[in-house]
Design a protein around this ligand. Structure first.
Ligand SMILES: [Cu+2]
Length: 123
């Protein structure tokens, strides 16, 4: 394909304009790639999983409970582990209490929310 500029003016006279255009284009593209590198980081949606377990320890200084929980199919085998809880949950927690709750991974912590006494303690 023919360069349409050649029919209008000799290439030499276009060079300054072309150079300017390239500088502007480079500026624009670097600006837009900068923007692309800093997207508003949408926090990954938190997935919550129903959990049943028994409180085996209260770790007040970490605002956490040690909970022996049943297996959560596809997520976690049965185990005893630490869950961060809110202050009210911590305050009401009793060792040996059977509970249900919603567990989720939040940052570096496992969190247990909506903690309620389980209606029936499992044998
Ligand atoms: Cu676990």
């Amino acid at each position: 394909m023919k360069n349409p500029f050649r029919t209008v003016a000799p290439i030499a006279s276009l060079r300054p304009a072309l150079a300017l255009l390239l500088v502007v284009a480079a500026g624009l593209s670097s600006a837009s790639s900068f923007a692309a590198e800093k997207p508003a980081e949408a926090p990954a949606a938190i997935k919550r999983h129903p959990l049943r377990g028994v409180i085996t320890g209260i770790v007040a200084e970490k605002s956490a409970l040690m909970v022996k929980h049943e297996a959560i199919p596809g997520v976690m085998r049965a185990m005893t582990m630490l869950f961060k809880v809110d202050a009210a949950t911590l305050k009401n927690a009793k060792e040996g209490q059977a509970i249900t709750g919603l567990m989720s991974r939040q940052g570096n912590d496992w969190v247990l929310e909506d903690v309620k006494p389980a209606p029936v303690a499992r044998p």
